[in-house]
Design a protein around this ligand. Sequence first.
Ligand SMILES: O=C(O)CCC(=O)C(=O)O
Ligand SMILES: [Fe+2]
Length: 319
Amino acid sequence: MHFDEIPVIDIGSTLNDDPAARKATAAEVRDACMGAGFFLASGHGVPESLIDKQFDWARRFFELPVAVKQNYAVGTLPGHRGWEPLGAQVLDADALPDHKESLYTGIHYPHGHPNVMAGLAGYSPSVRVAELPGFGEQMDAYVLAMRDLGMRIVRLLALSLDLEEDYFDPMFEEPMGTLRLLRYPPQPADSPSNQFGAGAHTDWEAVTLLAQDDAGGLEVRNPDGEWIPAPPTPGTFVVNLGDMIPRWTNGYYRSNLHRVINRQGTDRVRYSIPFFFGPNYHARIECVPSLAGKPPLGEFTPCTVGEHVAEMYARTQAG
Ligand SMILES: O=C(O)CCC(=O)C(=O)O
Ligand SMILES: [Fe+2]
């Protein structure tokens, strides 16, 4: 469905016991999911102070000397967690490497957890940084808030699909949750046209909850191929659907391409903090009963979350 802006949806009804109000919110969510696959959630209930602190700690981490950050590099820590230098990721194989630096952490699963011992993707201890006492505790507190917000969004999705509010709940026991700190240095105005902070891509999981600073630069592609800004909007999280959702809805809910360009032409660095939220590794993804009778909008084969993630990795490798 066509869209030319990203809607703002007040999700305050997820914080109190008024089912009729939540139903009304769910109707707005449904329209957003069938169009942009993105919305800006206001009234989310996450304290601004927690979000501000999260950006402060992100800055502090990136300001550490490279020699220190290297000790926390992806590949050095268990699972796919840790630091990635500028240019390490290629989200769009047709573009130059991404002009961004990042740290992956996420929901804390301790070393003895069976999924960690089995080496399942998405299950690792959260990152601690010895040089930054208090860093890990802040990340864990923020992740807890994202997990709570994520479940409230997942319940809205269920309602929006005419399902019981708790339809997805059992699949989100011991969920996957990756938190990423992102730092985008400015790109000069004359940088190559195929240079992006983050190249065009879709997210892989169920929902992404993104806090962005006020620099701007996130854009979503509509069906006409136009890039629509998801502008910095105080008091909101960017919420977008990942590739598991079209599988769950036979394509009726959209996981759309998006990209980032920090082309301010100044020395302005952009920071953003996405939380990628998905169900348990063993959960099954297949079209929800309320849509199963409608003609699929594409080919969507049921699979487990683990299989979905493996397929996504394979696709990037092949690309
Ligand atoms: O930094 C942003 O605004 C978006 C980042 C993003 O799309 C991603 O990390 O998947
Ligand atoms: Fe993304």
